[in-house]
Design a protein. Structure first.
Length: 386
């Protein structure tokens, strides 16, 4: 909902593709600076309390922005400031919430849990954009932010009721000792990633997705209004199709059950994702664009769920929060990628900007598939010479 409302608000105030990219870039800046720190805090002080605090601050930010809009005092800089703080809060919320998954379930169910959690989160891609579009159309942007604030109240209530087991299987989670130097804890996370080529390759894959692929979503207002000659409902419809694809992709991966992740499916899905972006950008009618959006997000959710499963199940529990924080730091590149795609859209048009980014995404995945030998052979039984 925030993506729909914030993008619509910026574009209605400025009518600028570059501003759409800038507002998303501003959200990415704090993720870069605070992401790794958030992982250390989650490992050191506990993940649940960090998640609840982040949700509470998000509630305050939404109330503030809603009040500014409904009172008629909203200015562009307000959107930028609240966007910056929303990015900072997100950088603390995601690694804490995702690391809790493996605290609650056994390793053999991690893929199912991550996929189902992703499906639950992505319900917002179906319900959120549709509700936001309707609220913006009939009641205004301000009321959509009041609605979002209410959703955070519900999230806080539900999170508080979660009871983490004292001894999660298969190993007990013990927060990092507060006597250990903070920078030492931070450095351990990066050292672990550098020493494990599979995790490093998966992080590069996530980086590619968030920098070159996902930013096309920030241009939805342009496609809705200028390309398909629609309105806020058109934008919500496009994003809703992405939400449907996200849920179907997550449920499809969850159906794998206790089997190991499929590396061919992971890499193939990542490559096909880039091709779907090209198809979206070249779509002459809304129906084709909706189908391309559905496929792109479905594939994206499938391979990222597998990537995160590999990271969670191969990373020691005591350092998992730090490694996942770096994984989610890659999401900071989505707003920065939005700045790039916004600049390209302003220079050569939105459709061609998405075409270029989709092709670049595809080519990078091909390079990773060729060069990352350890990743290609992950999960295969070792050959035994007789």
């Amino acid at each position: 909902m925030d993506q729909t409302a914030r993008g619509w608000l910026v574009y209605s105030l400025t009518n600028s593709a570059l501003q759409l990219g800038l507002i998303n870039a501003v959200r990415g800046i704090p993720m870069i600076f605070f992401g790794a720190v958030a992982g250390v805090l989650a490992d050191r002080y506990g993940r649940k309390i960090q998640l609840v605090l982040a949700q509470a601050i998000n509630f305050i930010l939404n109330i503030l922005l809603a009040t500014l809009v409904t009172s008629g005092r909203i200015e562009l800089w307000h959107i930028y400031v609240t966007g910056f703080f929303a990015g900072a809060v997100w950088s603390f919320q995601q690694p804490a919430g995702q690391a809790m998954i493996s605290d609650l379930v056994d390793n053999k169910y991690t893929l199912n849990a991550i996929s189902l959690n992703s499906a639950g989160q992505n319900m917002s891609r179906i319900v959120g954009p549709s509700i936001a579009g309707l609220l913006i159309q009939f009641l205004g942007v301000g009321f959509s932010y009041y609605f979002q604030a209410g959703m955070y109240v519900i999230a806080i209530i539900l999170t508080v009721q979660i009871r983490l087991p004292k001894t999660p299987a298969p190993v007990k989670y013990t927060p990092v000792s507060e006597r250990e130097p903070f920078l030492t804890s931070l450095r351990q996370g990066f050292s672990y990633i550098q020493a494990h080529s599979i995790i490093l390759a998966l992080l590069v894959l996530a980086l590619t997705t968030n920098f070159l692929g996902a930013p096309y979503l920030s241009l939805m207002p342009i496609f809705a209004i200028d390309v398909f000659h629609g309105n806020a409902g058109t934008q919500g419809l496009l994003l809703t199709m992405g939400g449907v694809g996200a849920i179907i992709g997550a449920l499809a991966i969850a159906s794998i059950g206790r089997r190991h992740t499929n590396i061919k499916l992971l890499l193939g899905g990542a490559a096909a994702y880039g091709l779907c972006l090209i198809l979206f950008s070249r779509s002459p009618v809304l129906a084709m664009a909706m189908g391309a959006t559905f496929l792109s997000i479905c594939l994206c959710n499938m391979y990222l769920a597998q990537a995160q499963t590999i990271i969670q199940t191969t990373t020691p529990v005591g350092i998992r929060g730090r490694v996942l924080s770096v994984y989610y730091m890659s999401n900071a590149l989505m707003p920065l990628g939005s700045l790039l795609i916004g600049a390209l859209a302003a220079a050569i048009s939105a459709p061609w900007a998405v075409t270029i980014m989709g092709l670049a995404c595809f080519l990078v995945v091909v390079v990773i598939a060729i060069t990352a030998k350890d990743l290609r052979h992950f999960g295969k039984p070792a050959k035994v010479e007789i």
